[in-house]
Write a protein that binds this ligand. Structure first.
Ligand code: ASP
Length: 321
């Protein structure tokens, strides 16, 4: 019998509040993933004879997601996807850092592993809410996981299917909290049927291999933002900390507009590069990313099309590799 493995990591989907009418005053990561799945009406029909296997990898609010849990997730995904009986892996996750974990899995899992789908899903309302959105999201994620065309890392929320590269949390409260910016969603799930709008992107082409021992220690990559009167204080503090022995290996800048920084920060970032720190520019704008002139060179790297938080994930993996 084919299996779908569900790796639980916590989040609001597993959250509990004191009252059913409380949508925000809850504690994330309370309900175990096996209990969560057992409480979903219609889940057996949706599985079409596939066996569901639940495994708790973590039980956290995803604001606390870290390198160690990422390492465990990558290793558990690799192990399950290598099993010929496993058709797909689902990950239940908090919405706050879901796009980071999705992009991390997109880069860290091998092309061979990603011939099968890895589908992340979540909820904006706790399991105890009057109308929790988690159960429907899980049912939709199963439909995507079992679709014959599915492969690679995808996110399913509020009936939409998003690619790991483009998905972003856009709203702090609404149930339909994610979008894929200019790219748009890959498709929609309607009454268990998946309606694709785009061909799925190739999976595994950008793979960054991280050896198992490297997951024991996170590469230190910090983020700074440019804003009116930002100056260079934060970058200077990072360099000072480095001089005192802290291992700052990378800085990602959420720059203004097209990845611009104020003059003082520019000088400090140049100093950081001289000291061996990898500096990557991104944009604090929701759309567009950093677009370079065809002429002229910048002293700083950028990853076309990536948001600042995803640029940080990529830089961490490059440093770990
Ligand atoms: N703070 C929660 C989390 O990310 C929010 C959510 O899941 O919606 O775990």
């Amino acid at each position: 019998m084919k299996k779908v493995v569900v790796l639980g990591t916590g989040g609001t989907i597993a959250g509990r509040a004191q009252s059913g009418s409380d949508n925000v005053g809850y504690k994330a990561g309370e309900v175990g993933v096996a209990d969560l799945l057992a409480s979903i009406p219609g889940i057996q029909e949706r599985l079409q004879g596939t066996q569901l296997v639940a495994e708790q990898v973590a039980q956290i609010d995803s604001k606390d997601m870290d390198w160690a849990v990422w390492g465990q997730l990558v290793q558990r995904c690799e192990a399950h996807l290598a099993d010929a009986d496993v058709a797909a892996v689902l990950v239940t996750h908090g919405t706050d850092t879901l796009e980071e974990t999705a992009y991390l899995l997109h880069l860290a899992l091998t092309a061979k592993a990603l011939r099968k789908p890895v589908v992340l899903t979540c909820a904006m309302r706790p399991a105890t809410a009057l109308t929790p959105d988690g159960p429907q999201n899980v049912l939709d994620a199963i439909s995507v996981a079992l679709h014959p065309a599915s492969h690679g890392v995808m996110v399913v929320c509020a009936g939409a299917v998003h690619a790991a590269t483009h998905v972003q949390k856009r709203c702090s409260y609404r149930v339909d909290a994610f979008d894929s910016g200019d790219a748009g969603p890959l498709g929609w799930v309607e009454e268990g049927q998946v309606r694709w709008c785009h061909a799925l992107p190739p999976a595994g082409a950008e793979h960054i291999a991280v050896a198992a021992p490297r997951w024991l220690q996170a590469p230190r990559v910090d983020m700074v933002m440019n804003y009116a009167s930002a100056g260079a204080y934060v970058v200077e503090a990072l360099l000072e900390a480095q001089a005192n022995g802290s291992q700052v290996q990378g800085i990602v800048v959420a720059g203004t507009g097209n990845g611009t920084v104020n003059d003082a920060m520019q000088q400090s970032l140049l100093k950081a590069v001289e000291q061996g720190v990898r500096v990557v520019l991104a944009s604090r704008c929701a759309l567009g990313g950093v677009v370079r002139s065809a002429i002229g060179e910048s002293p700083f790297a950028h990853y076309p099309g990536l948001s600042a938080v995803k640029a940080r994930v990529r830089l961490m993996l490059e440093l770990a590799a």
